[in-house]
Design a protein around this ligand. Structure first.
Ligand SMILES: Nc1ncnc2c1ncn2[C@@H]1O[C@H](COP(=O)(O)OP(=O)(O)OP(=O)(O)O)[C@@H](O)[C@H]1O
Ligand SMILES: [Mg+2]
Length: 368
């Protein structure tokens, strides 16, 4: 085959290819006016070949896309090729997104002669992307709503757990004391006639019992009042408590809180109650000038609480030996709360050496 034959054969083949290709093809001259478009390009943009050729490429492009096209064509004049997206208005008024891959053309002398661009209609893809984005946002909203529901539900569980603990406390301390007191009153009524001495002894015991009952009632009421951590935030509640404590007691407090993980509501409630109990003891017994509190999580997933005062301290052995008969609730309550959270409780103290309360609670993997 002759060389000219090969050339014309090739041109024919390219011609068929360009005519039938699934992408639009557009050739612009050096002034960026279309000089050739294939049928697919016309189909994409909705204008006929005659309506496109010789016009400015900018005429079909909308708003911000004009700026994009201008910048891209400037690149072409410098010989740079690129891929970009523009928004166009079709003849029927609809908008379409076009993905354009453009290269520069140069004449035989190497002078810029215009560009060739392959054009794909990505309107449907853009629509789907937008829809997906909207669906994702809707889904995220739904997830947030459900998470909130779960948090509220869990909060409810934590509160009802605290309620049943208080119910147990009321049963163990108040109800039992009151029932025994009632028996003793009945007994006294009977004894008053024939054994006044015995009646007096019973009455004195009854008085002591009722005294203890008054103090345990105060404890239960105290336990019933705890702030809404959920609304204010645990750390904010703590800070506020200590500000108030400083103001009322004149004892200066230093608070170091470093929590790398969020705490479950039941942990927050338990820790807060322990802190309050310990601080009550500082106020009532320590004659301290300052208190240092440290609350932090460690890398092994434990929560540490240390409350240290520089007050007079006490003999722990003696207090523990006496506490059964004296019916003191503070230290015992703190230990029980720490235990209920699956943790440990320790007191380090000696006369004249201040008191240090230490609590360690292992946190669950997902504290929520
Ligand atoms: N920080 C402290 N500094 C000095 N003494 C303390 C301190 N904490 C506790 N104590 C001593 O330990 C005792 C027991 O404390 P606990 O909190 O168990 O009972 P309470 O404070 O006496 O009574 P309750 O707490 O039931 O109102 C106190 O009476 C006090 O003598
Ligand atoms: Mg106490």
């Amino acid at each position: 085959m002759k060389k000219t034959d090969t050339k014309s054969e090739l041109a024919k083949t390219y011609g068929i290819l360009i005519k039938n290709m699934g992408e639009g093809l557009c050739v612009l001259d050096k002034n960026f006016a279309p000089t050739f478009v294939n049928p697919k390009f016309c189909e994409i943009i909705g204008y006929s070949r005659d309506e496109i050729l010789g016009k400015s490429a900018f005429q079909f492009v909308k708003g911000k896309s004009r700026e994009i096209l201008k910048k891209e064509l400037e690149k072409r004049a410098k010989g740079e090729s690129s891929r970009y997206t523009v928004k166009v208005r079709k003849k029927n008024g609809e908008e379409a997104f076009l993905l354009i891959s453009g290269v520069s053309r140069f004449d035989k002398k190497g002078k810029f002669a215009g560009t060739i661009a392959i054009v794909s209609d990505i309107t449907e893809r853009k629509r789907l992307e937008k829809e997906l984005e909207e669906r994702t946002m809707e889904l995220e909203k739904e997830v947030k709503k459900r998470t909130q529901l779960l948090v509220d539900l869990y909060r409810g569980v934590a509160v009802s757990e605290e309620r049943s603990r208080l119910a147990q406390e009321i049963h163990d301390s108040l109800a039992q004391t009151l029932a025994t007191s009632l028996c003793k009153t009945e007994m006294c009524e009977k004894l008053l006639g024939d054994n006044q001495l015995e009646a007096r002894r019973e009455l004195s015991e009854l008085r002591k019992m009722l005294g203890r009952s008054v103090s345990s009632t105060r404890h239960v009421i105290f336990g019933l009042q705890f702030p809404n951590f959920h609304r204010a935030g645990f750390i904010a509640v703590l800070k506020q408590y200590f500000q108030e404590f400083e103001r009322k007691s004149g004892i200066s407090c230093d608070l170091k809180v470093k929590l790398e993980r969020s705490l479950a509501v039941r942990t927050q409630v338990g820790i807060y109650q322990i802190i309050r109990e310990a601080m009550n003891n500082v106020r009532k017994h320590a004659t301290a000038k300052r208190v240092d509190l440290e609350l932090r999580t460690d890398r092994d997933g434990n929560l540490h609480l240390i409350i240290e005062d520089n007050g007079k301290g006490f003999c722990l052995k003696k207090i523990l030996a006496r506490s059964k008969s004296a019916k003191r609730f503070g230290l015992k309550g703190m230990r029980e709360r720490a235990k209920r959270l699956g943790g440990s409780f320790a007191v380090e103290t000696a006369r004249g050496q201040g008191t240090r309360i230490k609590v360690k609670v292992p946190l669950k993997k997902k504290e929520k």
